[in-house]
Design a binder for this molecule. Structure first.
Ligand code: BGC
Ligand code: NOJ
Length: 812
């Protein structure tokens, strides 16, 4: 069952039934200022950091889910409704919610009135614009009472929920004309305030939430709206809000536009006040003026749409499969921007107060985004590297506002450092910017300890070398990529965290996933050294990589697949000897991508074992058999019910590792079969089961052991976005940036006839045509660049501004 449809031309998903199985959301904002918005106008806004600079309130874990947002109410002669259906939930004659590229347009119609609200954050602006169009579609004059509503958050979203004894007394606002200002704590330590304006005279307002709605009412029944009488309330503590009241008369067929602006202002310390206790409103007025006519607003919307068209045109596919095209050309790229911006901080499953930016998460997110805005990727790499410790290890997370490492969580996730090699080499291959390696980058943000960024990579590599366990395999630390495989945490206390406790000193457990990652990114490090002419560094590193390959072959191979780990006692994890958890996906993915033992058929065997034991109707599950009891020596992984999350759920993030490994050994058919299983556009028809958005990836789909296999959860913020984008574009479709050119080496379903890709790369445009006359999966038989045959499958870098035609023929 579907709840809407894709409109690829407009780059939108159009929801036509407000009762989606779960709120289906979108993100507004591309840099610094962001909002989350659901298909019924729920959600919130923040500046940079969803924890420290939350502008509007949102209650997670609410009943019903998704209550609170950017609401409008229409009182039409006593009949009250909302354009987004919620909060009032009056039946609508027409409803649609179009989620587009950084904007959402919600339209509702009832009793001859149509209300369309377009929410977006203009480029380079710390404000959300809400463009409202009201139309009288009836034959009679309409006199409407129109109310806006948002609820202010007192900035620190965590404190706002907890510290009520203080917070219910601190709220302060000012109202001037049609603008409501939120200035809580402005007179002390804050140099910022927020405002909510409308570009028309108002006939009333409210700023005290409970006066406006009535203490015992929910958002669906505010007294002021239902009685058609604003209270003109001024908030002093309690819960400040902002609601404008406008009386609007519409002749039959008449339309009216209104623009609301929800903005954030920072002022200098010396420039805070206009007079005693009256805030300096000039900067806010300047923002409001930028959007005071509908023409100005439309021009900004156009700019945003041009910006996205340009970004997305960096990689454009024409394959003949519309679902594939819309994933590659629109939604997967779009989600990559969102994960790059948010890491795992704020979604409808991440509350914005828990996790900031993750060292490993952000490094991986970057590989799906770097082609879009390489300069921003560069800045991110430096921010991440600045949270590294001198021994190469790293803070696991940092806060986006302060860019400082999170002390409570600390480090000790031993996979972390290696991701920095991946993100940096991908960035250099995309941009050609070797200069990043000479940047002086601090450790733990201490500038006095800065070294070159190259040195950071070297320390990332040697961190593994310096932390090997009894089998010469990498020590796992608190956990590797799998946060829930906590082999050094034996927890019997429900009040402690599996990730940070790590009570087994000695930390002897070893990880085959890190071993694979060390070989894979170690090879990347070596290649980088060679490109730089650092031959000694390359030779030295090669020895360690070779030793790791030997260690994996000797002690990391179980006969049919790669082991997953050695536990604290030195016992095998992910072996046929185990009762449960005999085979895991991560080590197959990483040792497979690294090609460990490929010459002896190890990768082929491992992939066949994945197919046999882990594949199911909805994707590849994380391990098998699922754990059915608590294994204290394994940690959190065995706490989840079978089939969910890390305990044999389909953890979509790691499925592309298998796609890549399959693609590399030429199994294009299998690679693409796996791709289709988790790609959301292919799941649209089963939206009722899948539950979460059909336009973006989710972190987890319930696996075959689960109560409801196929049900998705944790949509949007997941490394799934970047990895699937890399798997499909670089390994299956096969167009991959390299130091000296664009490598083209497809691994596709043999029945495909071919496809076309336009790729902008280092300032030139490559029009690539792949044809597959003899229906093979893999193997370039000839390649022509502008009519000239070239050897190998790397198109050399073309001069900036040029366009070239590349013809690739697959065959034996
Ligand atoms: C989740 C992981 C997550 C970890 C750290 C666990 O409960 O299952 O997916 O990465 O917590 O927040
Ligand atoms: C989600 C976390 O954000 C990510 O860092 C981790 O690798 C996966 N869960 C798997 O546990």
């Amino acid at each position: 069952m579907k709840f809407g449809h894709f409109d690829d031309k407009a780059k939108e998903y159009v929801i036509t039934n407000p009762k989606t199985p779960y709120p289906w959301i979108n993100y507004l904002g591309n840099e610094d200022f962001f909002s989350l918005i659901s298909n019924t106008a729920g959600g919130y806004t923040f500046y940079k950091d969803a924890k420290f600079r939350r502008l509007t309130r949102y209650r997670y874990n609410n009943v019903p889910v998704d209550n609170g947002g950017k609401y409008f109410y229409i009182n039409d002669g006593g009949d009250v409704w909302s354009p987004g259906w919620k909060p009032v939930k009056a039946d609508l004659d027409n409803y649609s919610c179009a989620h587009g590229m950084s904007y959402t347009r919600i339209t509702g119609e009832r009793n001859g009135v149509e209300a369309e609200v377009t929410y977006f954050i203009p480029l380079g602006t710390w404000a959300e614009v809400q463009k409202v169009k009201l139309k009288n579609t009836s034959g009679a004059t309409k006199k409407l009472k129109f109310f806006s509503f948002i609820e202010w958050c007192l900035w620190n979203a965590e404190d706002d929920m907890q510290n009520l004894q203080r917070n219910l007394s601190t709220g302060e606002v000012e109202v001037e004309g049609s603008v409501i200002y939120h200035k809580t704590e402005f007179k002390e330590r804050r140099n910022h305030y927020a405002f909510f304006s409308v570009n028309a005279p108002i006939q009333g307002f409210d700023t005290d939430r409970d006066t406006w709605k009535g203490t015992y009412n929910d958002f669906d029944r505010p007294d002021a709206v239902f009685e058609g009488e604003p209270r003109n309330s001024e908030a002093h503590g309690w819960s400040p809000c902002a609601s404008h009241y406008l009386e609007i008369e519409l002749a039959p067929g008449e339309e009216k536009d209104l623009t609301f602006v929800l903005g954030y202002i920072e002022v200098d310390k010396d420039n805070k006040w206009e007079s005693k206790n009256v805030i300096n409103k000039n900067p806010a007025k300047a923002v409001i003026e930028r959007f005071d006519t509908v023409e100005k607003v439309d021009a900004e919307l156009k700019k945003l749409s041009d910006y996205w068209s340009k970004l997305l045109s960096t990689y454009e596919l024409t394959s003949g499969d519309e679902k594939l095209d819309r994933m590659v050309n629109i939604w997967n790229q779009y989600q990559c921007m969102v994960t790059f911006n948010m890491s795992r901080s704020a979604s409808f499953f991440e509350t914005g107060i828990g996790r900031g930016m993750g060292f490993r998460d952000s490094s991986q997110d970057l590989i799906g985004f770097v082609h879009q805005v390489p300069e921003r990727a560069r800045e991110r790499i430096i921010d991440i590297a600045s949270t590294q410790f001198e021994d190469g290890s790293a803070y696991h997370q940092y806060q986006p506002l302060t860019k400082r490492g999170n002390h409570t969580l600390g480090g000790g996730f031993n996979d972390d450092p290696l991701w920095l090699i991946l993100s940096t080499t991908d960035y250099i291959k995309e941009s050609g910017d070797m200069g990043i390696l000479d940047e002086m980058v601090p450790y733990d943000n201490d500038e006095s300890k800065a070294t070159t960024h190259f040195e950071h990579l070297k320390r990332s590599f040697y961190f593994t070398v310096n932390n090997l366990g009894p089998h010469g395999l990498p020590l796992i630390g608190r956990a590797d990529w799998n946060d829930c495989l906590n082999l050094n945490c034996f927890s019997e206390d429900p009040n402690e965290s599996f990730q940070t406790t790590g009570n087994k000193k000695g930390f002897t457990a070893e990880s085959l996933m890190i071993a694979g990652s060390f070989v894979l990114y170690g090879k990347e490090f070596i290649k980088l050294c060679q490109v730089l002419g650092k031959d000694d560094d390359a030779a030295e590193a090669q020895k360690h990589v070779d030793a790791m390959i030997e260690a994996v072959k000797k002690d990391g191979w179980d006969g049919e697949w790669y082991l997953r780990a050695y536990d604290y006692y030195g016992k095998k994890v992910g072996s046929s000897e185990n009762e449960e958890g005999k085979i895991f996906i991560e080590s197959q993915g990483f040792c497979g991508m690294a090609g460990i033992g490929v010459e002896d058929g190890l990768v082929h065997k491992s992939m066949d074992s994945v197919k046999e034991h882990l594949d199911c109707e909805y994707g590849i599950v994380l391990q098998q058999p699922a754990f059915t009891k608590y294994y204290i020596e394994y940690g959190e992984i065995s706490t989840y019910p079978a089939g969910y999350k890390e305990n044999a759920g389909i953890f979509c993030h790691n499925n592309p590792w298998i796609m890549i490994a399959e693609a590399q050994i030429g199994n294009g058919d299998r690679a693409f079969e796996y791709y289709r299983k988790v790609a959301p556009a292919y799941l649209e028809e089963i939206s009722d089961l899948h539950k979460v958005e059909p336009y973006v990836y989710c972190q987890m789909i319930a696996g075959k052991d689960a109560f409801k296999p196929g049900e998705g959860k944790n949509s949007w913020l997941t490394g799934t976005a970047a990895w699937n984008y890399v798997a499909i574009t670089q390994y299956i479709l096969g167009v991959k940036p390299d130091y000296n050119g664009l490598s083209i080496n497809p691994s596709i379903p043999s029945k495909w006839d071919g496809y076309k890709i336009t790729r902008r790369f280092r300032g030139a445009t490559y029009h690539i045509e792949v044809s597959n006359p003899s229906h093979v999966s893999n193997g370039v038989s000839s390649m022509e660049v502008d009519g000239k045959t070239i050897e190998g499958c790397i198109v050399p870098i073309q001069p900036e501004g040029t366009e070239v035609t590349v013809k690739v023929t697959l065959g034996k």
